[in-house]
Design a protein around this ligand. Structure first.
Ligand code: NAD
Length: 249
């Protein structure tokens, strides 16, 4: 196991589940002390105690939530996200706004909150959990696609401003990853169309990917840890697909 992050402190939002939890584990294994930030208190505490880190139970859509979090971190992983599927004409405006708050405004506030300490130390790593939907659209995902495209822009601005201070900022763009968020979508589609779950995965979720397999959260976490390593010091402002060839087509 590498120890690239010995002595470093990381903060992962949505760190209690799925990709975020895999990031918490991988960053800790690489030597970092990790702040686990999640609205789910019990699971955040379980994740933090597993890796000897700290749990922070906050709803990132609430005003003032970010100010209650530590700002002295070396690594920031903006990962928390939710999904809502509806046609544009029926898309609830309050849900649209909530998704922008969680997936664009909270990352902006967290970058703003943590940059001064990164600048002071002359080193920092910001990783923004985007998606293929930050690079491509899908029908019925107006809020998610809009938010991920916004996060792409924010990540690039942070890269340009952070460069002279030793801070990199990048997006990771996964295709479908085996997490509770995606399990729920598979169950819903399988029930709606009365087909087996495997058919939903291959023919609905992965129809645009060349590799017809769900990605594992640990694979995404490995890329996140690599982006935080000294070997990735020249990688900034990038958006790195981990999508089984989806965006190659
Ligand atoms: P998940 O549902 O397993 O985990 C998301 C976590 O975010 C949960 O622990 C949840 O409690 C937390 N969260 C939700 N709302 C919050 C709030 N208001 N405040 C604080 N925490 C909150 O989801 P996941 O699949 O691991 O997704 C993580 C990120 O990866 C998301 O940004 C998602 O868009 C992105 N992503 C996921 C996939 C996929 O296929 N699973 C693909 C591409 C991108």
């Amino acid at each position: 196991m590498t120890s690239d992050l010995d002595g470093r402190t990381a903060l992962v939002t949505g760190g209690a589940s799925g990709i975020g939890l895999a990031c918490v584990r991988a960053l800790a294994a690489a030597g970092a002390k990790v702040h686990v930030v999640d609205v789910d208190r019990e699971r955040a505490e379980a994740a933090a105690s597993e890796v000897g880190g700290w749990a922070h139970s906050v709803d990132l859509t609430e005003s003032g939530a970010v100010e209650r979090l530590p700002g002295e971190v070396d690594v920031l992983v903006n990962n928390a996200g939710i999904q809502h599927v509806a046609p544009l004409e029926d898309f609830p405006p309050d849900v649209f706004a909530r998704i922008q708050t969680l997936m664009v405004t909270a990352p902006f506030l967290l970058i703003r909150h943590t940059l001064p300490s990164m600048y002071a130390r002359g080193w920092g790593r910001i990783v923004n959990m985007s998606s293929v939907h930050g690079l491509r659209a899908s029908a019925y995902k107006a809020a998610y696609v809009t938010a991920k495209h916004g996060l792409e822009g924010l990540s690039k601005v942070a890269a340009l401003e952070g460069a002279e201070h030793g801070v990199t900022s990048n997006c990771v763009n996964p295709g479908y990853v085996r997490t509770p968020l995606v399990d729920g979508q598979i169950d819903a589609q399988a029930a709606e169309h009365d087909v087996p779950r495997e058919d939903v995965v291959a023919e609905v979720l992965l129809k645009r990917a060349a590799i017809k397999k769900l990605i594992e959260p640990e694979d995404v976490a490995s890329l996140v840890v690599w982006l935080c390593s000294p070997r990735a010091g020249h990688v900034t402002g990038a958006s790195i697909p981990l999508d089984g060839g989806w965006t190659a087509a």
